[in-house]
Every structure is written in C-alpha cells, then in structure tokens.
Design a protein around this ligand. Sequence first.
Ligand code: FES
Ligand code: FE2
Length: 400
Amino acid sequence: MNTPVTGPGAPPGEEALALGTGPIPAGPYYRPEYFELEREAIFRRTWLNIGHVCELPEAGSFIVRQLDFASASILITRGKDGVVRAFHNVCTHRGTQLVAEQDGLKSTFTCPYHAWTFSNDGQLRAAPDFERFYVDKAQCSLPAVAVDVCAGLIFVNLDPSPKQGLREFLGPFVEQWETLPVGDATTFSEYIYEIDANWKLTYDNFQENYHLRFIHPRSGGGGAVGPDNPFGYPMDYKFYGEHRTQTIWTNPAPKLSPAQMVAFGKLVPALMQRGLMNHPYGRAYWAVFPNLFMIGTPTQPFVHYVMPISATRSRGVIRIYWVGDDMNASERYGREFSMAMARDVHSEDRVVIEAGQRGLNSGALQHIHLQQQEVLLRHLMYHVDAKIQAYKAEQAGGAA
Ligand code: FES
Ligand SMILES: [Fe+2]
C-alpha cells in the first residue's frame, strides 16, 4: 500500500517512516568489500538500461556496451526477423572479443583471431577447418544475455535465468512509461561522464532537491524551487518495492534567463504539434532500482543512469530523447540548449559529489544523516542492503 505524502513539505507517510529515521552507515559508500557484494547481489542479476531501440533502426544494426562492474562487453543486435537480441561479445572458440566497433550495421561478425563467423542471431555460421574440432557448430553459439525493451528503452540482465521478466520488474511504471514519447524517440542528445565517486553517492545527488538552491542558484533548480518552496520539497513520494517516485514541485513563476526563455520557447511549437504539452507525467520522476531514473519533462524524457566501475568510480549516461528530426533551426537550437544546460548543471553537481567521496574515503565518518526530503536515498540504501543480506543468506544456504 502506498502512502503518498500530500503536498510539498508534508511529513513523510507511514511507508517512508517504516524505513526508519536513524543514521545510515557510511561504509557502503566507499568500502571495496561492500561493492564486491553489490556486484554479485545486485548488478549481475538485475535489469539494467543500456540503450534505446532507436540505436537499432534496421535489421543488422548493432551496438556494443561495456559493463565494467562485470568486466563484460555486451553486443546487442537487431536480426533480419526484427528481434532485438543480446550476447556476450566473446568468441566461443578461445574467448577473443568479437566486435571492436561500438555500433554499426552488419549481419555477421568475424572473429579477428581465427575467423569464426557468427550471424547476428548468435549462431556460428562458418569456421575454417572446423572438421578437426570435436564439437558441433550448434554448441558454439554466442553466450546469450537476457534482453527486453520497455517504452523503447533496452534493458539487459546478466543473470543467466532472471528471477523476473522486465515488465514484472518495472511493475506499474510500464503503463505510465508507455504514455511517454520516449518509446517513439528516434534520436537523443547524450552526455557521458566518469566520476570519482561511488555509484550510490552519485545517484543520490539526483534523488534530492535539498542541494538545488545552494549548488544551482543560477539555473534555479529547474523550476523545482522558488520563494514558496525554497527547499524544493516534492509534491509526493511513492514506493513500489525497490523502485520509487516523486512528483517534482513546479515554481509558478520560475526565474528563467533570457537564453532559457528563448530556447524553451523554440521547443514549444513542436511540443504542441506532437500533443506533448501538459502531459500528465510532466513533473514525474521515476527511480528504477538500482541505478536509473527518468523525468517526464514536457520537452522530452530525461534519462540518467549511473554504472559502477569500482567502489569509488562510476560512469553516468545522461540522455534527452527526441521524437523526429529537428523541424527547423529554432528547434535545433532548443534541443542543443537543453542538453548544454543539463551539462552545465551537472558540472555543478560533479564538484560536490566528488568532494563528498573524498570526505567519505577518509573513514572519518561512521554514519551519514538523512532528513525527510532525503527519504528516496534512504529507500535506495535500504533495498541495496536488503539484496545483499538476501544474497549472503543464499550463499550460506548453498554452502550448507
Ligand atoms: S578466438 Fe575467435 S576464432 Fe579463434
Ligand atoms: Fe544537482
């Protein structure tokens, strides 16, 4: 049962209070041994967004994504049957990485070592002097990775047999996302960054508005703070198992710079033409466990995920998805400006996130403290630890 907090700044509901109010251990934000557990208990067995179907526009399209936490390279293809498939990018002869390109158009992939050739549905098609091997071609297909798509977003799961499908995992978000233009996106603006910070510490920065007025005074916190709500309290929080949402408060009179007004003005005609103004999820924020969030901005959905590299280094991917090509120079300007602003705001965040990591790395703090508005951070940490405890119990049971 969800207990929404009604109105900005209202006290947390029962479900939020059930997460407790005490301090949070600091160790999980920097200790390598905790990160090792997160890799096994969470990242190797959950659905992770790593792309969008607009990157696979036709039969033969492929993309390659690196998942550093698993030392894995994932090849995602669209077959001539239109089906999206994912594989480990590993030749089944002696393990050579098969595809060096990051994306492209190919119906077969030939290993650079001894020229085994695989079709884009993963099957071994040809291999020189194969009669002298002691195995059938049918047993040499590329190792498959679970993959599924929701609202155009491609998710993979490194668990060889995932405990739940993507739709079950996303629950009620599926229906909500399918009303968004992200599913129809044909292109996107992208910003990829690496940061010297734990993935949770990085992600948490984007789960709270407490910092907006201090770190982003120029950008005005995206219209989420104002004289009536100086700390940017959201309208509500809701919890869905390990996922969570908030509805971002809207400043009725946001202070926009002249450049912002021009840029957003340029996007409005296209939004109206595409029926995207006043979208019911225009101020929705969805946080999908463990590392993805999406904002249903009136422009286009804003998607950001944070992939761990080590306990104290992460790679973030920020995308704003667009439907159709720019219709004119004005729209192009509006899109470019939106992404430039996102980068600008992010550069302000990055400084404090990395400073936070340096402080935590010292081990000086046993605990950190979270206030009411930081309940989404508490909820993430609660579920991260719950997964780790369950994994430890499973390992102990398996060993008995
Ligand atoms: S390792 Fe790929 S063909 Fe030999
Ligand atoms: Fe920020």
